[in-house]
Design a protein around this ligand. Sequence first.
Ligand SMILES: Nc1ncnc2c1ncn2[C@@H]1O[C@H](COP(=O)(O)OP(=O)(O)OP(=O)(O)O)[C@@H](O)[C@H]1O
Length: 277
Amino acid sequence: MKILQTKNLVKKFGNKIAVDNISLTIDQGEMIALLGPNGAGKSTTINMLIGMIQPTSGQIIFGEETTDIRAYRSKIGVVFQSSVLDSNLTVADNIMLRVKMYFKHINVQSLINKFELSSIWKQKYGSLSGGQKRRVDIARALISDPKLLFLDEPSTGLDIQTRTKIWEILDGLRKETGLTIIFTTHYLEESQNADFIYIIDQGKLIADDTVLELQKKYTKNILKVVYKTGKTQKMELDNKNEAIQILTDKKSAISDFEYRPGTMDDVFMNLTGRKIR
Ligand SMILES: Nc1ncnc2c1ncn2[C@@H]1O[C@H](COP(=O)(O)OP(=O)(O)OP(=O)(O)O)[C@@H](O)[C@H]1O
């Protein structure tokens, strides 16, 4: 079931076209990545999708063909790039103020458990580490029990362990509750968590598909061979049979090899002719 759709979305800031004719279709329960380099138009797209800024032209269709922005807003949770929480308040105060004001029926304890907040519950938000802050930010966004969660660069600046942890939690949530998750990232490897990827560059949608299909369409498999002489050779191949043939033919001269499918880095490189970072 479609939960969100955009048709020919455009956003101009003066003469600058930040988002150029982007059409997306997002089904309920999907994990969607908007992937692109700095300045690609990811945040601007998200800001339009959450109703924070108005498109210059194009259409956003929420759920069952409704354009009722207030009904839609009550169904979304948002984690912004920079936090909206109060640094001087404790985690408990930040969370409970929102619960008491708007969402009295939410099971706070389950959020505390899921996001491992008990040890930092009485700590000031401003004194938390980057990863701890992110956990609180996401927990806060879930207080309204949203159907759709938007995360703008949820893991930027976090170390690899913390990023992995955050993705584990998000994936668990999705499986448990059927939550639809839309996130932006410029970490290519993180987009592999997504069911479907929209690659945006200079405001334009340059590819959209599953990870597997993107790899199939825009990369080849890579065979790297290390010879006994110390020389290495990198080859792009269509399939594993070619790799087996090469390895068999050159067996006596080879000391080591690596065979892998193309990565999202290769996809981006082949689409744009440059690396994302
Ligand atoms: N309010 C604004 N006024 C003028 N230009 C803007 C405004 N907001 C964004 N832009 C421009 O629009 C383009 C897209 O910006 P956006 O923040 O959407 O990119 P992004 O893909 O989210 O980048 P990043 O990964 O760095 O967050 C950029 O060139 C940016 O400078």
